[in-house]
Design a binder for this molecule. Structure first.
Ligand code: 0RA
Length: 659
């Protein structure tokens, strides 16, 4: 047979095609072999990451001005559908690779980014690896594209095409729909958590104003027979975000200070305000990703605020009342802010890559925020004065707190060992194996003392409501008996450097597990929230380093007729135990005891259910839990009534179950 030039061409292309297929397969094989390298982990976090990977692409379409709706559905088998109304993934022939662009996007690592002009992609971070990773890690994936009047479809399994790209109909709209089911042989966790998806979508809606995101859970049907569903949408953007996080706080300025500007390809969006609380609350983002540890953008923001306020206060001679110079920290008390930047090539630092490293960003943010702050102070002299008065108050309180702290610390030296009288210490002196239980109430404290293993478990009973940290001034906190006991029992102290920055000194920490043990009822959970709030505000590093835990006492004891019994931690276990213990007998003879408080258990029961390391459940508290406790707490205890009422009403049904 004769070989024409045309045929040669085709053969050459077929050769390229094979080669590109092999490359794509090798790429996706690498993702399956080392998924952690691409999506961080294969636990619940990695599982949820797959959803963000897909949604990020739809958000990119929004940023490019083509998409205003992203609908996400969790199906009963924990597969996910993300549907957007963007341009649709291109379906034409990719010249070089000789296959549909759709297939390229779905099989070639990082291919998504090569196509579009959007420069605000995340590199170095975990997002931005591309839909192809999701494809590789799914045992089923289907892509449907509406584009150029047609509907295209292709199906995959573990990244391998099961069909070619085919036209299955006509369409009058554009958009992409991706359905995927994570491969259960790769992920340890396969269950999607509604709350995790909802929280991040709420955040994305605030950060990308105008986008409409919906979340539907087909695993849950309401009383009306409809699936559980929610819509996230914000026209106000960062200002609304700020209102959401500061919801229960009493703000001292009329409306937030806001700035959106860009310089040198860095886009800066900031909203901030002062409230009457004592803590700083800065949420920061780079390319829509939360930078939990801040970084150069946050530094630039803080520098600008401090610089402008200091200048203003000095010019107007407003600091004359205080003996000490206001420290940087004094300018941050009661400051709430959202700092969001878009950076073309972000460098992430730190162990969790949660900190922006790009040095050039500090100056850019500082300049932009400084300018906006300058205008604000000039145009709003009344508000400016209120903010500076707050700084003066902070500096005064810091001075009083330092004196109070020194008193406490000096006293400890005078009383010898300095350990609180109420502490039942353990005999071990090795912090790594020692545990401190903070127990609500003297009576439960007594039971815990009898039940514990005294070699490595110490007990510190705390009386009732310790102290309302929200309202108390800092020096009052150090004067509070229970708080002082916690400090001295733990062996930690707070020191202040020459700039007025406070540090928690953990060198003499006496226990590496600090366990909060409260009743399993509404009061107990309030006290847990209160203690967590205290830790969040005053012992941040303790939480950050993973030393703080919450004990989980059982909710029920189910007793059979022959003396057999089971402890249960939830409703499912209770039902199971009731069925099992009744087996063959009369279900009514099975007795259920609801433990309302720790006091209803004897020492032995408390040991076997809640304290024995081989049988107990301890929940490690992370900084997000503590931050949420702080938020809930300011809502419950703060001075704004309406949000508190709304919260209590919304949670009334839970309160009843617990009561
Ligand atoms: C490559 C190029 C273009 C868009 C996309 C990919 C795209 C990917 C996803 C993933 C989920 N939804 C998506 N929407 C779009 C640009 C398209 C063009 O230039 O018309």
């Amino acid at each position: 047979m004769e070989t024409t030039n045309e045929n040669k061409d085709l053969q050459a292309k077929a050769g390229d095609y094979d080669a590109s297929n092999i490359q794509a397969l090798e790429g996706l094989e690498a993702v399956r072999k080392r998924p952690g390298m691409y999506i961080g982990s294969t636990d619940s976090k990695g599982l949820h990451h797959l959803v963000w990977e897909v949604i990020d692409n739809s958000i990119d379409e929004h940023l490019a001005g083509y998409c205003d709706l992203i609908e996400t559905t969790i199906h009963t088998d924990n597969s996910i559908t993300v549907r957007d109304n963007g341009r649709g993934i291109p379906t034409g022939m990719h010249e070089k690779l000789q296959k549909s662009a759709l297939e390229v996007v779905l099989t070639v690592l990082h291919a998504g980014g090569k196509f579009d002009k959007n420069t605000y992609k995340v590199s170095g971070g975990l997002h931005g690896v591309g839909v192809s990773c999701v494809n590789a890690l799914s045992d089923y994936l289907r892509a449907e594209v509406h584009r150029e009047g047609k509907v295209f479809e292709q199906e995959y399994s573990k990244g391998i095409p099961q069909t070619t790209v085919s036209v299955i109909g006509e369409s009058g709209r554009t958009g992409t729909t991706i359905t995927f089911r994570p491969d259960a042989t790769i992920f340890e966790a396969t269950e999607y958590k509604y709350d995790i998806l909802a929280a991040r979508m709420r955040e994305m809606a605030f950060l990308n104003k105008g986008i409409r995101m919906t979340l539907t859970d087909e695993r849950e049907t309401g009383p009306d027979g409809q699936y559980k569903t929610e819509e996230f949408h914000s026209e106000g953007g960062l200002v609304e975000f700020l209102e959401y996080i500061d919801n229960s706080k009493h703000r001292i300025t009329e409306s937030p200070i806001q700035v959106s500007a860009s310089a040198d390809d860095v886009v800066v969006d900031v909203a901030f305000q002062y409230n009457s609380s004592y803590s700083e609350n800065v949420y920061s983002f780079v390319n829509n990703i939360n930078t939990r540890e801040g970084g150069t953008h946050v530094n630039g923001f803080r520098m600008a605020v401090t610089r402008l306020l200091r200048q203003y206060g000095e010019e107007k001679d407003l600091f004359k009342k205080i003996k000490v110079k206001p420290s940087a920290e004094d300018f941050r008390e009661g400051l709430s802010a959202i700092v969001s930047v878009k950076v073309p090539e972000p460098q992430f630092k730190g162990q969790t890559k949660g900190e922006l490293g790009n040095a050039e960003v500090t100056g850019i943010v500082s300049r932009i925020v400084g300018e906006a702050m300058g205008h604000f102070l000039e145009e709003n002299p009344k508000e400016a004065r209120k903010i500076v008065e707050k700084v003066v108050l902070a500096a005064t309180a810091r001075e009083a707190a330092r004196k109070a702290r020194e008193m406490v610390q000096r006293k400890n030296v005078l009383t010898g060992s300095g350990l609180p009288g109420k502490l039942a210490d353990c005999s071990s002196k090795d912090p790594a194996e020692s545990e401190l239980f903070l127990v609500e109430g003297d009576s439960a404290g007594g039971t815990a003392k009898q039940g514990r293993d005294r070699v490595f478990q110490a007990i510190l009973p705390l009386r009732g409501k310790i102290l309302n940290v929200e309202k108390a001034l800092e020096h009052k906190i150090y004067e509070n008996e229970e708080i002082k006991n916690i400090f001295t029992a733990l062996g930690v102290s707070i020191t202040e450097d020459e700039n007025g920055e406070r540090r928690l000194n953990l060198e003499k920490l006496r226990y590496h597990k600090i366990v909060i043990m409260c009743d399993a009822d509404v009061d107990g959970s309030h006290i847990t929230t209160l203690i967590l709030t205290f830790f969040f505000r005053y012992m941040h590093d303790l939480v950050k380093q993973g030393y703080v835990y919450i004990a989980s006492p059982p909710l029920y004891q189910v007793k059979g007729t022959k003396g057999q019994f089971r402890y249960c931690w939830n409703e499912i276990e209770r039902k199971q135990a009731q069925e099992e213990l009744a087996r063959g007998g009369n279900p009514d003879s099975v007795k259920v005891q609801r433990y309302k408080g720790l006091g209803e258990m004897n020492a032995e029961q408390l040991w076997e259910t809640t304290m024995d390391p081989t049988r107990r459940f301890l929940r490690l508290v992370n900084i997000e839990d503590a931050r949420e406790a702080d938020r809930v707490f300011s809502m419950l205890m703060g001075d704004e009534v309406p949000p508190r009422r709304a919260f209590i009403e919304a949670n009334a049904k839970y309160a009843k179950v617990d009561a």
